[in-house]
Ligand binder design. Structure first.
Ligand SMILES: CC(C)(COP(=O)(O)OP(=O)(O)OC[C@H]1O[C@@H](n2cnc3c(N)ncnc32)[C@H](O)[C@@H]1OP(=O)(O)O)[C@@H](O)C(=O)NCCC(=O)NCCS
Length: 249
């Protein structure tokens, strides 16, 4: 049981280091990350809740709220390696489900819109969802795998897997077809340079120059074959488009 506990903790710490550019080492994460403390305390609270020690569960959840500013109802289901970054003002309701590897920023509510006790009232976040700061996800619907919710969005409808939803009420701005196995976490939900207009322009220029080089090389070969003098370009002077594209990425 204890080895399982430590394996979970190691996994949590490692996942925080890999997802937060500001995290310097494991000790700092263990001692200074309220999101980690809230998730650990939630595991105790949830265990008590599940064996009908409901008041103790509620009380642990209340202590966690005082300590971290994060309120997770003991009935909520929180997956593995869930990272609540900064965390202050996060509220996660009783019937919410947060899948493995989700990231939630400060001020997020996973809330309900109905008062009927005993029913599913809160959202389900599938694996790898990123919920931006201040977003409100309200209702008993599902946010699909690896979807991104923009900061301050108000989400009241299901979000498909891989999609990005922003605004109030939230609308889908991008639906990415992603392979489920090979997902990379993008810090703050921001797509890596792939969407940066400057990177796009540089990559297009590099590809254009590479195509021109090929054309010139073909013309030179034809001229040499026709007996016209045309010196070969030295290997070292050739454009290495792959290396340049790697620098732009
Ligand atoms: C939604 C988000 C994931 C999109 O990131 P992205 O894929 O890089 O998207 P872009 O920045 O290219 O923006 C795409 C469009 O959505 C709009 N947009 C981006 N974020 C938005 C938001 N939170 N609310 C409303 N519109 C938003 C942009 O203005 C842009 O619109 P345009 O195409 O009309 O110009 C990101 O902006 C976001 O909100 N991440 C959460 C960050 C966060 O909470 N950080 C807390 C750190 S402490």
């Amino acid at each position: 049981m204890f080895s399982n506990l430590f394996a979970n903790l190691r996994g949590d710490i490692h996942s925080i280091i890999s997802r937060d550019p500001a995290a310097r080492n494991g000790w700092e994460v263990l001692t200074c990350y309220p999101g980690l403390h809230a998730v650990i305390m939630h595991r105790w609270a949830h265990a008590c809740w599940n064996v009908k020690l409901k008041w103790i569960g509620r009380f642990i959840s209340y202590l966690a709220r005082i300590l971290t500013g994060i309120e997770i109802h003991p009935g909520a289901t929180i997956g593995r390696r869930v990272f609540i970054d900064h965390g202050f003002g996060v509220v996660i309701g009783e019937t919410a489900v947060v899948g493995d590897d989700c990231t939630i920023y400060q001020g997020v509510t996973l809330g309900g819109t109905t008062l009927v006790a005993g029913t599913k009232r809160h959202p389900t976040l599938e694996r790898g969802v990123i919920v931006g700061a201040g977003a409100q996800v309200l209702g008993a619907f599902t946010v699909g795998e690896y979807a991104k919710i923009g900061s301050n969005a108000v989400v009241i409808k299901p979000v498909p897997a891989g999609a990005t939803a922003v605004g109030n009420p939230a609308h889908i701005i991008r639906k990415e077809e992603q392979s489920r196995g090979a997902q990379l976490f993008a810090a703050y939900g921001v797509t890596a340079n792939g969407d940066d207009p400057l990177s796009k322009a540089l990559r297009a220029l590099v590809d254009h120059v590479a195509r021109q080089d090929e054309q010139i090389e073909r013309m030179s070969t034809t001229m040499r074959e026709a007996g016209l003098c045309c010196p070969k370009v030295a290997e070292g002077d050739k454009l290495d488009s792959e290396q340049l594209n790697r620098l732009v990425d």
